[in-house]
Design a protein around this ligand. Structure first.
Ligand code: FES
Length: 123
């Protein structure tokens, strides 16, 4: 199994992300609270570069004036029309059937890597 190094752990600190190009695909690699996740940098709505959107939280409310911030740093908001996706699953927050592709990320010593075989599996 071939693995592609996308950077070192010092490059992708908690709360940050790095966009890489592998095999013609643009992929965003995120560090969420010390765990690494990778999603395709392609919004399933109209093809925006999803990973250029801000990383945020999911806001819920039980009523007027009440706001609760959940999943802090686990949501990416598309820069074009603001659809929101969970970084861990690639699923759209309000419609989980809509998703962008995710890739398993492994840390080998100080390197963050993605299995290249995953790149060509369609979901
Ligand atoms: S292209 Fe991403 S929400 Fe429209």
């Amino acid at each position: 199994m071939s693995r592609h190094c996308v950077g070192s752990i010092s490059e992708i600190m908690p709360g940050s992300r790095k966009i890489v190009e592998i095999g013609g695909r643009s992929i965003g690699v995120y560090n969420v609270n010390g765990h690494y996740y990778a999603i395709r940098n392609l919004c399933p709505h109209q093809g925006a570069p999803l990973c250029l959107g801000i990383t945020t939280s999911f806001v819920t409310s039980s009523g007027r004036g009440d706001f609760c911030f959940e999943l802090e740093g686990e949501i990416v908001r598309c820069p074009w029309h603001f659809w929101e996706f969970e970084i861990k699953t690639g699923c759209m927050v309000v419609d989980p059937k809509t998703r962008t592709k995710t890739y398993e990320v492994t840390v080998e010593r100080y390197d963050v890597t993605i299995d290249e075989e995953q790149l060509f599996i369609h979901v």
